[in-house]
Design a protein around this ligand. Sequence first.
Ligand code: ZN
Length: 335
Amino acid sequence: MVLMVQPRLVNGAFGDPSLFLDFSFGRRAILFDLGDIRNLSARETLRVRHVFISHMHVDHFIGFDELLRLFLHKEVNLHLYGPPGLIRAVQAKLGGYTWNLLNQTSPDFRLHAWEWSPEGFCSRQSFHARCRFEAGKARQEALRSKVLLEEPDFYVEVEMLDHGIPSLAFAFQERLKVNVHKSKLDALGLPVGPWLSTAKKLVRSGAPGDTVVVVDPEREVALADLIVAQALVSDPGERVAYATDFAYTDENVERVVRLAQRSDYFFIESTFLDADAAIASSRRHLTAHQAGEIAARTFAKRAVPMHFSPRYLGREEELLAEFEQGRNSRRSRQN
Ligand SMILES: [Zn+2]
């Protein structure tokens, strides 16, 4: 199966957190977190249109300048999503440079900062290169619960975690895929045709089984008959979850387990070794063992530990081993 996005850690397990989600089709990309992104090629970075930022600690936000420099003379809209304080942070970053060379004839680069609030709305502040990045009028938009971005083929969910400050976790979710099996359709004596797009759309929207689809002026068929005969087969679609910088509390763990449940990829911080559990707790981070336990509870197909503290450079094997121990200890309790 071809995945809709291929996720890749820009700086491996030890460097600044930044996850690049590269679309298999359509020359497009998404970033989860904005640490140093200079390991991406300019071509890759320029595919990005949406960036989701967990929080504005320096190792999660320092890539902003690189992004700004690459996009400055491009006619594009770039969207940044983040926790409360994002708009002020973007404004402060932009305010650190001199923009006298920009004017109404400059390429129309537009930066939109979306600040998420747990009350279910997003405030947007736009900054246009042609207006020298002076803050435009702020707007507020209501959101469908915990969905930050919705598109026809996918959406991005958010969850708020406690890291001493709010830290956002994200999940990319491809929408339900509905595939047609032609041999089964033949067995039902039904032709291929535009009616199938209607049937697929209905299945995707969760229509009841007795919903009738018109095949042609003489024939109609119930959705349930198509599904039982396996002429229409649905697949939940790809899910990529990303959770970093959060304390090991029951509430955080419950939220992350829900967000990453049965994901295809689950990227999770595993910052400290167990021997340093007290430091992990005081900095409101996880140990690799704790991360492994959480990963086991999600039943993710691939769990990827990341955001290793640089103090363990050269000791990656120990972190990976403790992550595996955490997974196995949780699994043995689950069995
Ligand atoms: Zn942090």
